[in-house]
Design a protein around this ligand. Structure first.
Ligand SMILES: [Zn+2]
Length: 264
């Protein structure tokens, strides 16, 4: 599909390189296939990720390698612009280091996201549900949702990219992780994007994807369906939707009903 200056726009806000592929990979691929221009905002360079065995990477090499992987995965997924906010990965616990995302002033982070929303003027915003309990994911989710109150351009719709509780329980045997399935408002079949999604995942060669530890059925559960929770405007209720693309347009380029139908 042609990419035109008036194409609809998607902004995906994440914390670490690989969140955009392990998490939102098929949202981005789906957006590209439907003519969206996408921007990925990533807060850190994933400094505290565990280098994959055999990658030959040290902690010192890791940030540059992970930035390259992020940019390569985004290119593969058709993302037009990647913005790094320059924080350090906080890791899952412990005292936050200076410069880490967990040490960031929430108002400053909110301002940074708001500035990008004003600049990009997205129709759709997607951020993480943070239901895996990682504090960096929660920081970006909270900053993104707070930023919506500060912007003159409010996106048509904002979603959380969800890890379903049923799948997280099956994977971890912990039943408090994941977004409760009944809170998920959108289930989008992205099975046709699986090959591309896997290529984007494998682009992050410095990391071992969690999917490698799953049996094929569970892998498919995580990767063949995108689960989103509409948070702004609040989900009005009713049956779960099968497309996240807004049915009515915005100030600059409506996504017409015909295109929405073509998705189904
Ligand atoms: Zn992450």
């Amino acid at each position: 599909m042609d990419i035109t200056p008036t194409a609809p726009r998607l902004l995906v806000v994440v914390a670490h390189p690989d969140d955009e592929a392990f998490g939102c990979g098929s949202v981005l691929a789906h957006a590209t296939a439907h003519g969206f221009r996408s921007t990925v905002v990533c807060a850190t360079r994933g400094e505290l990720g565990e280098p994959a065995p055999g990658s030959g990477l040290t902690r010192t090499d890791l940030p540059a390698a992970r930035e390259r992987e992020l940019r390569a995965a985004c290119a593969l997924l058709g993302v037009e612009r990647v913005e790094l906010l320059g924080y350090r990965d906080s890791g899952v616990d412990g005292d936050p280091e200076p410069g880490s995302l967990a040490a960031a002033e929430p108002d400053r982070l909110r301002e940074q996201v708001a500035r990008l929303v004003e600049e990009v003027r997205p129709d759709v915003v997607v951020t993480l549900d943070a239901s895996d309990g990682h504090r960096d994911h929660a920081a970006m989710r909270d900053a993104t949702l707070a930023a919506l109150d500060d912007v003159s351009h409010r996106p048509a719709v904002t979603y959380l990219f969800c890890l379903a509780r049923s799948l997280m329980t099956a994977f971890t045997a912990v039943d408090t992780l994941g977004t409760p399935d009944e809170e998920i408002t959108h289930l989008v079949d992205v099975a046709d994007l699986l090959d591309l999604r896997w290529r984007a995942i494998r682009t992050h060669a410095s990391q071992v994807p969690p999917f490698d530890a799953m049996d094929p059925a569970l892998q498919r559960g995580f990767l063949a369906v995108d689960r989103l929770r509409q948070v702004d405007p609040p989900w009005p209720g009713g049956p779960v939707a099968d497309s996240w693309i807004p049915a009515v347009g915005t100030d600059h380029d409506p996504v017409h009903h015909t295109e929405r139908k073509a998705l189904r």
